[in-house]
Design a protein around this ligand. Structure first.
Ligand SMILES: Cc1ncc(COP(=O)(O)O)c(C=O)c1O
Length: 368
């Protein structure tokens, strides 16, 4: 039988592959200096991270998932404890909680963003709550300042999962400044990309020590338990060379996003409400929609070569996945959020013409 599915005439890639002329020299210098996670190359990378983000401590780790595990341990989470998080994030954030035998407890999002709904928060805090995780999705800042105050008042450590949010700011400060422990991924798709990798930032020296000790087998002293989550030196070398280009990359993303936003005319597609003082890194441009059938809109874009993370990852509230269903707690605002939005790639390899193609497609969409 002949293949009936039509290939789109034009395909917009959602993958940005950073490549800089000094990557190779940075890698070869690392080869000379030694490749382990205790090499000076890793220390240099941590110094570069501290400088870029203005943080007192940076701990380079093997992945963003490892960063969440290590942050949970440093925050004192143990088996049987409860950890609060919004259900609108990827499985990557909840699995580390489940893996340590702690219980994920879902708290709803705000109606128009991925931040914790401060009205729902008191309903889920219990004496067993040991940490709150906030996950600003696709780099869009959340009200981390208000959550920081609420968490402090409740005496609960705040962990920020900033896997997408390199360079996103609130009131001129990196989002990481608002967390007790801020976790990042540097997976190949992320704005700062080292292949695989992650890191934790914290201004608290005691928490930093706990992160470092745990991720190095408790320094093998036999008193303190730990595992190996260190980042290798080759990945660290790439991080050091690439962080220099991060601001230029983010500026290009912003330009692309602004081009789409300035031409957007569809009555059912609008930008998310901007939080005063927030600056998005545009890891992806997120758009709010009001269609009867949002999946059809996303399929239409996909059929025309414009991918959405909502479709790529089958995004839905985490408790709708079989592995997480036992922790179900309905979060209607989070559900509405994921069902009335899409993501648009705006990375620097895309051209003005690509942006015009995307916004033209959106403006031309008619709900059947
Ligand atoms: C929000 C979020 N948290 C954590 C992770 C895990 O990061 P990694 O793939 O580096 O383990 C990801 C991965 O994409 C993510 O999107």
């Amino acid at each position: 039988m002949a293949e009936t599915t039509q290939k789109p005439k034009r395909v917009i890639s959602d993958k940005y592959r950073a490549s800089h002329e000094d990557d190779a020299s940075s890698l070869s210098a690392a080869l000379e200096r030694g490749l382990s996670g205790t090499s000076d190359t890793v220390t240099d990378y941590e110094t570069a991270l501290k400088g870029y983000f203005g943080s007192r401590n940076a701990i380079a780790l093997s992945s963003g998932g490892a960063a969440i595990t290590v942050a949970l341990v440093a925050a004192g989470v143990k088996a049987g404890d409860e950890v609060l998080l919004t259900p609108t994030c990827p499985l990557c954030t909840v699995y580390p909680i489940m893996d340590m035998g702690a219980k994920p407890v879902f708290v709803d999002t705000r109606p128009d963003g991925f931040g914790v709904d401060l009205e729902d928060l008191p309903r889920v805090v219990t004496p067993r709550t040991r940490a709150i995780i906030e996950i600003p999705m696709w780099g869009m800042p959340t009200q981390v300042d208000e959550l920081q105050q609420a968490a402090r008042k409740a005496g609960i450590p705040l962990i920020l999962d900033l896997a997408h949010s390199h360079g996103s700011t609130l009131h001129g400060r990196p989002l990481s400044a608002y967390g007790d422990l801020s976790c990042f991924s540097t997976h190949e798709r992320k704005p700062l990309a080292t292949g695989e990798g992650g890191f934790i930032l914290t201004d608290n020296d005691d928490l930093a020590k706990r992160c470092r000790d745990y991720s190095r087998f408790g320094n093998l002293n036999g008193r303190d338990f730990g595992l190996n989550f260190k980042l290798g030196a080759l990945a660290a070398a790439l991080g050091t060379s690439r962080i220099k280009y991060l601001d230029a990359q983010l500026a290009a993303r912003r330009q692309n996003a602004e081009r789409v936003l300035s031409r957007l005319e569809h009555p059912n597609v609008r930008p998310f409400t901007q939080i005063p003082g927030a600056q998005h890194n545009y890891y992806f441009l997120t758009l709010r929609t009001s269609f009867k059938d949002n999946r059809r809109f996303i399929d239409y874009l996909d059929e025309n070569g414009v991918p959405s993370d909502i479709k790529r990852y089958g995004c839905r509230c985490l408790y709708d996945f079989p592995t997480v269903a036992q922790y179900r707690r309905d979060c209607p605002q989070g559900e509405r959020l994921l069902n009335s939005m899409t993501t648009i790639p705006v990375h620097p390899s895309l051209t003005k013409d690509d942006m015009d193609y995307i916004v033209g497609l959106i403006n031309a969409y008619r709900e059947g």
